[in-house]
Design a protein around this ligand. Structure first.
Ligand code: PGA
Length: 254
């Protein structure tokens, strides 16, 4: 049985004060949650504040939104896996579609980062997903297969099992237009099938695949009841603690 994982991707939002207020409010409801894995992914500038506000609530994990693959050195403006680990961060989101389209990240770049993350025992949440044009042309499976094989190349079965995949159709991100549960399930089943081909059945069954793209309290339950949807990567609706808590609660018993 895969444990559901729900992550709050705050993107370029949330000051230190706002982050602390969010965590304090969230902990009133989720302070002792253990049946769903909850991950907060703040901007780098708020990570330390989030850790401080979480205090002893070690059931809630923290993630970075990006990192560079080198260990250290002259890479002005970049941050390494080791620097994230230094802040007690457990996860890192890699290959988000905003990084792919706005910052030119290719599958090869994502793959370097994914491998560097594993080397540093940081667990990657690897985002993949098709554009609307690719979907309209009937190329969803092809695109997902290329992105998966490219981004996860060279990983051992154990590393694959410690990787979370986020299926995020680009046309659903920040648009208010989510994939239907059936569309999402179809893509998730295809991703699991591809993981089976890339590794083995046990590995494919263990990898958690989140759905992302306009997840809200109103649609979260139905999406996460699909057999291959193991949680959500939430953007917009994760900026409000009440809606994020509702989404986490919707992941229970699904
Ligand atoms: P959204 O973003 O929930 O605002 O659509 C999801 C994401 O980009 O991870």
């Amino acid at each position: 049985m895969r444990k559901k994982i729900v992550a709050a991707n705050w993107k370029m939002n949330m000051t230190q004060a706002e982050s602390a207020r969010f965590v304090e409010s969230m902990l009133l409801d989720l302070g002792d949650i253990t049946d769903v894995e909850v991950v907060i992914v703040p901007p780098f500038t708020a990570i330390a504040k989030v850790m401080e506000a979480l205090g002893k609530a070690q059931n809630i994990k923290v993630g970075g939104q990006n990192m560079y693959w080198e260990k250290n050195g002259p890479f002005t403006g970049e941050i390494s896996a080791a620097l994230l680990r230094d802040l007690f961060v457990h996860y890192v989101v890699l290959g988000h579609s905003e990084r792919r389209t706005l910052f030119g990240e290719t599958d090869e770049i994502v793959n370097r980062k994914v491998r560097a993350a594993h080397e540093a025992t940081l667990r990657p949440i690897v985002c993949i997903g098709e554009t609307l044009q690719q979907r309209d042309r009937g190329n969803v499976d092809k695109i997902l297969s290329i992105q998966l094989r490219g981004s996860l190349a060279g990983l051992t079965p154990k590393e694959l099992q410690e990787t979370v995949i986020a299926y995020e159709p680009v046309w659903a991100i920040g648009t208010g237009r989510n994939a239907t549960p059936a569309q999402a399930q179809e893509a998730h089943a295809f991703i699991r099938h591809t993981l089976h081909q890339m590794a083995d059945e046990t590995t494919a069954e263990r990898v958690r695949i989140q759905y992302g793209g306009s997840v809200k309290p109103e649609n979260a339950g139905e999406l996460m009841s699909q057999p291959d949807i193991d949680g959500a990567l939430v953007g917009g609706a994760s900026l409000d603690p009440r809606s994020f808590v509702q989404i986490v609660k919707a992941a229970r018993d699904r």
